[in-house]
Structure formats: structure tokens, C-alpha cells
Design a protein around this ligand. Sequence first.
Ligand code: SF4
Length: 296
Amino acid sequence: MPFEIFQADARTILSPVSGFLKEAGFTHSLTPSRNCTFGCTYCYVPTMRVQAGLKPEDWQHWGQRTTFKRNAAGLLAKELRGTERIYCSPLTDPYQPAEDQQKLMREILRAVADAERPPEVFVVQTRGPLILRDLELLQAAGERTRLRVSFSVTTDDDRIRRIFEPICAPIETRWATIRALREGGVAVTATLAPLLPCDANALLARVLEDTDGPVVADPLHVRAVKRSGATTRQPALEICRKFGFEQWLDPNFQNQTLRGMSAQAAAAGRVFGWGPAGFGLLTGTREQTEAGGVYT
Ligand code: SF4
């Protein structure tokens, strides 16, 4: 799908977090661009509109344009204090398709690697195999901070992937990316979020086989349990209705599924968490045995 790329200067680049990310133990978020050219049908961000710093042209044309904060790396070098636990990024994928041309993450990772006062934690949340372009920079930054890549794997069925997130990489390409990151010595978690229709047991079995450390998941956010704030975008709700996937929006079914996965992980000696407690596992600061979150 074609997209437009714009540039802008930001006033600041590290934003203090609240809500979900604060509960998870992060202190700041870093969002390198406005709007994400993966354009997933369920993406929560455009539902936040101005709260996410978006302009109407962003939420009206989600995925078709993006505006990079071209001075992000310079700002980051000035703003780091050495105590931050940074999540990059809650509002866009740092390795979205447009990043291939922009190469902003190279500058950002270099700023982390060269920082006088590197952050305590730096989590890169992505689903983009493009991240392998920056393997050496991830390794260098990982020498200076507790760096972890949280790599999204949303289903075990590539037909489902094509329906909900057609621009994103095939599932097998994502597993290959996770493998390459691990072989490169980068800490990586397969993050099952949002959990799309799948064979949950088969998906988790793959996670247990192909990764180590804690397992993180999160169901599709729905208004039934989250009255305000970011939620699943309309196109994904329509897909669920059209293809008969409504149970994946049902909080009881979501809980049951997550609990089953948690038991399966526990039987393999692995920690499994969801919600803020689950994402807290990415910081490496939570007591791992405390992981888990429920909606009821
Ligand atoms: S990759 Fe993430 S931020 Fe980008 S459109 Fe998909 S869900 Fe939204």
C-alpha cells in the first residue's frame, strides 16, 4: 500500500507514562513518528485521536502516512538522565515500513549506545523484520542499558495475519527474525499481542520452543472491560463479525484462553503474564512470579 512520509521537529522526545505502561513499570515512552504505515485493522492508537498527539489526517488516514520526528536522536541525547525505563513505542511501530527509508531508529539506538547517562531499560516494541538491519546497534546499546526487543507475534495462522494485518510480515518471517535476534545475543520476547484468532496451545508451544524467559500476551481490548481510552479499531471489529471471530472479543473467552496458556507455560517452568503485569516482565524489574493479569 502506498504511503506518504513527512518530517517535523519535536519539542521533546521522552514522555512520562501513565496508565498501562506506568503500571507495567515503565517511566517514559519514546515515539519516533506520528502514524504507523503498518496500518493494522485493530490498531488502538487512532482511537485515541488527540490524546495520542494525532492530527485528524492521521486517524482519518491511518497507515497511509507518517510524520517522523527528525530531531528525535538529538533530543534523546539531551533528555536522558540514566534512570529512565523507556518503552519504544506505544504509538507507532519503530520498524514500520517507512522506517526503511527514514533510518531514524539507527540514530536513536546510536544515541542510547553513546549516551553519557544511558537509560536503565530500553524496550523496542516491534513486529518489523527490518529491525535486523540494526543488529549491531542493538548489540551496542545492549552493552549500555537493559535492552529487550518485544517482538509481536499475534497468531499462529498466516491466513488470520493476512486478514487483520496484511501489511505486516508473515508469521514464519517473524519467527526467523526472533531467531536471528537471539543468535545475535539480543534479549527478545515473543509478545502475543493483541492475541488474534489462533490455536492458542499451538502458538504457545512454539513460543516455549523458540524463546526463553517470560512470555507476554494481551487480548484485543474491548469496551466491555475498558470503558475509556484506547480500544480495538472498527475495521477489526467488523472482521470479527464477518468471519465469526466474535469470541476473541469476549472477556470471558479471553480470560479462559489466557489462563489456559498460563497453565501450559507454568507446566514448562515458564512465567506467563498479560495486561500491565505481563508487560512489566519486559522491564526485567518485576518479580517474575507475580506475573498475570485478569479482567474479571
Ligand atoms: S504495528 Fe502497532 S502501531 Fe503500527 S498499526 Fe499495527 S498495531 Fe498500530
